[in-house]
Design a protein around this ligand. Structure first.
Ligand code: FES
Length: 269
């Protein structure tokens, strides 16, 4: 029924589950997510379980959901394993879902988001069991690290992804995950002039959320979604040309997202 890919399947059933974590960088946490997916796959009425990540790690939530559309499941439930769950996390999850459904030309089954794990009635029992196991083996103290010094990065470009409140609510985490996955896939650190990336606090033009800024030009991009970010990567990061469709230049006046920008009207209403 399942495996190291984090996918468990039984097509005779019709409900698909996405077990969602924030990020995983190494193989071990991916395997841990696969183990959790196996547990969920054994529950009654579950047809398929996939693990996904809202920030960094593959697959991204968007990719996992699109993959599930092929299976024609009757319903999809997202199970966020995030503790604590910030209100902004739930907001961007809801907004992102609406946007992905609006951007897609395929039919979607009903998608539900499971309750915050911290609010489970079983939480006291889980905590109690963890504490009852007694102290773990002492954490080994690593030998004193040898200071080797650091390379000063040669990369000329840096992308800042704003993680301030409004940008977070508008899906900044999704953008960050998409950027990091693309950065790895396209080897952006060593391609062209080289690109590094970083999360940032508020970059200023909050009403253009989610906001991304590309240096050394300092170009502001507003209303950025995954497709816009792909365009910014191919135009600006790889070719050195400002992706003007999504760029906002300082003009001394307050600016809004331009009409037609998907983030200005994610439901198309
Ligand atoms: S919160 Fe992102 S620009 Fe202010």
């Amino acid at each position: 029924m399942q495996s190291a890919t984090g996918i468990s399947e039984n097509r005779r059933r019709s409900r698909a589950i996405v077990v969602l974590a924030k990020a995983a960088f190494a193989a071990a946490p991916h395997q841990e997510m696969a183990r959790i997916a196996d547990i969920v796959a054994a529950f009654a009425g579950v047809g398929r379980v996939v693990s996904a990540f809202s920030e960094q790690g593959r697959p991204s939530l968007r990719d996992a959901l699109h993959d599930l559309l092929d299976g024609q499941y009757d319903a999809i439930t997202i199970l966020p394993l995030v503790l604590p769950m910030e209100p902004s996390f739930h907001i961007w999850l809801t907004k992102s879902l609406k946007r992905w459904q609006h951007e897609s030309n395929r039919p979607w089954p009903p998608v539900a988001i499971a309750r915050d794990v911290a609010r489970s009635a079983l939480m006291p029992a889980v905590l109690s069991e963890l504490l009852a196991e007694g102290p773990d083996a002492p954490v080994p103290v690593p030998p004193e690290a040898v200071t080797e010094g650091s390379l000063v990065p040669a990369q000329k470009r840096r992308v800042l992804v704003c993680e301030g409140g409004p940008c977070n609510s508008a899906g900044a985490d999704v953008l960050w995950g998409h950027l990091r996955n693309e950065q790895e896939r396209l080897k952006l650190r060593v391609t062209g002039e080289g690109t590094m990336s970083a999360k940032s606090t508020c970059l200023g033009p909050c009403n253009l959320a989610p906001v991304v800024q590309v240096w050394p030009e300092g170009t502001y991009y507003g209303g950025v979604n995954e497709a816009a970010l792909d365009h910014i990567i191919s135009e600006h990061l790889l070719e050195g040309r400002v992706a003007s469709e999504h760029a906002y230049e300082p003009n001394g006046r307050k600016q809004r997202l331009r009409a037609g920008c998907p983030q200005s009207n994610p439901m198309g209403e």
